[in-house]
Write a protein that binds this ligand. Sequence first.
Ligand SMILES: Cc1cc2nc3c(=O)[nH]c(=O)nc-3n(C[C@H](O)[C@H](O)[C@H](O)COP(=O)(O)OP(=O)(O)OC[C@H]3O[C@@H](n4cnc5c(N)ncnc54)[C@H](O)[C@@H]3O)c2cc1C
Ligand SMILES: NC(=O)c1ccc[n+]([C@@H]2O[C@H](COP(=O)([O-])OP(=O)(O)OC[C@H]3O[C@@H](n4cnc5c(N)ncnc54)[C@H](O)[C@@H]3O)[C@@H](O)[C@H]2O)c1
Length: 456
Amino acid sequence: MTYDYDLFVIGAGPGGLAAAKRAANYGANVAIAEANHLGGTCVNLGCVPKKLMVYAADFPRLAAAYRGYGWTQSAPQLDWATLVSAQKQHIEHIRQSYVRSLEKSGIEIMRGRARFTDSHTLEINDRPITADKILIAVGGKAVKPGNISGIEHAVTSDSMFSLAQLPKSLVVIGGGYIGVEFSSMMHGFGVEVFLVEREPQILTGFDELICTTVRDRLQERGIHTFCNTSVKAIEKTENGISVDLEGEHTKTVTADLVLCAIGRAPNLEGLGLEQIGVELDGSAIVVNHSSRTSVSNIYAVGDCTNRMQLTPVAKTEGKAFAELVFGNYPCEVDYDSVPSAVCSRPEVASVGLSEAQAKEKFGTCADQSGSDRITSYQSEFQPLFHTLSKHKSETVIKLVVNHKDDRVLGIHIIGDNAAEVLQGFVLAFRKGVTKKEFDDTIGIHPSSAEEFFVID
Ligand SMILES: Cc1cc2nc3c(=O)[nH]c(=O)nc-3n(C[C@H](O)[C@H](O)[C@H](O)COP(=O)(O)OP(=O)(O)OC[C@H]3O[C@@H](n4cnc5c(N)ncnc54)[C@H](O)[C@@H]3O)c2cc1C
Ligand SMILES: NC(=O)c1ccc[n+]([C@@H]2O[C@H](COP(=O)([O-])OP(=O)(O)OC[C@H]3O[C@@H](n4cnc5c(N)ncnc54)[C@H](O)[C@@H]3O)[C@@H](O)[C@H]2O)c1
């Protein structure tokens, strides 16, 4: 049987692009379909515009800091329209660079929404296309709770990058990655922010130290943080959008804008998966360790599967798929060493287990020497920069260590440049670094990262 393509990729986000390029490098005849813009969520509505906005929101704090260093100048003013337009230009530049790089690799780009008609055939813009292997990399989309009246008045993060103007006040529903990042950034722009999280803490799943420290710092900065609280109803009124809260903070808050950030779900609508029998787990595509679905020639990577919703994970899964299928080189994704960062102020970066997860996995019981299996080392210090900036902005670091073999099970940082500091440690973490190896390492002085080598 001959097909139009060796590989057809649905979705040109990080997962699809990485797979297409790697397969083409191995000589495969590849096409990629994109219903919207090349680059997917990450480039167009996620990591890239978010981080640019985070940088933009930092300037008032930096302006306040430079006075401590002797600089004098009146506070800068933001022209929101200029920021939105500069950010759009940069994103367009990235999209164009993807077009050039796909063309250079001989990958055909098809603009439009792909739909399965059988396990080897897709339809795109009414044109049937056949492929030997098909990779689903359609990503995810923001979900909204179905049970809140007036939820249609809430926007999702997709709208936040092209707002006509900044709101004066904002209610954020959900205190996960997106909720915390947007609360922090919008507050930096001068917006009054109310963050509503139904769980007892924000950033559930991170180490408890991160959850409590970040919440305390957000509150100190003036962000109203309501945990153990849910939204009962939303209503558009003359004064703005009124949000009825229930739980620990039963009250009504009125704001100009409501952002719903309660999670993202796979973007499978209209893909025709039911026709070809690809197995789903809830709303996600079920895959094995090789990213193969229940239909043998169809694979899936990234946010449409039930793994981690992060760009580097989608990319790694895409690459690993192409290595295995077109390079005959099996390489498994190491999900235990995936780091992540929350671009809030303070910034968070973390890899491995939280203290609670480590205790659950390895037990809290005493070993023969009578000590606990899990030891946590923690340090809080004022980075040199902030001694003159006059900001109260301590950095907090934590190592979670298995007392039995001295192995470091988790590394957690809260503070300036946390993601950049953690990056190098991730490599050591993957290699099974021990606490003693941390202790024996000489740091760079003066820096914040050196504190990891003197932590006890
Ligand atoms: C606000 C926000 C901030 C984020 N920040 C970070 C961050 O800082 N770091 C990080 O690691 N992750 C971040 N993420 C998550 C990251 O964006 C995703 O994990 C990543 O983009 C997933 O890649 P993907 O390839 O699986 O899917 P996507 O990037 O979602 O790409 C899927 C593509 O498929 C296309 N598509 C869908 N259906 C079809 C179809 N039927 N036919 C053709 N094309 C189709 C879509 O248009 C889309 O372009 C963020 C997400 C959001 C929303
Ligand atoms: N920096 C990054 O790497 C980054 C940034 C943004 C997004 N992402 C990815 O995107 C995914 C989605 O992000 P997200 O923040 O939307 O989801 P999330 O799963 O991180 O957080 C959602 C939060 O909303 C809360 N919640 C759910 N329903 C609620 C309700 N009715 N009322 C109040 N709170 C409610 C949950 O308890 C949770 O804390 C993340 O899991 C992450 O993988 C990553």
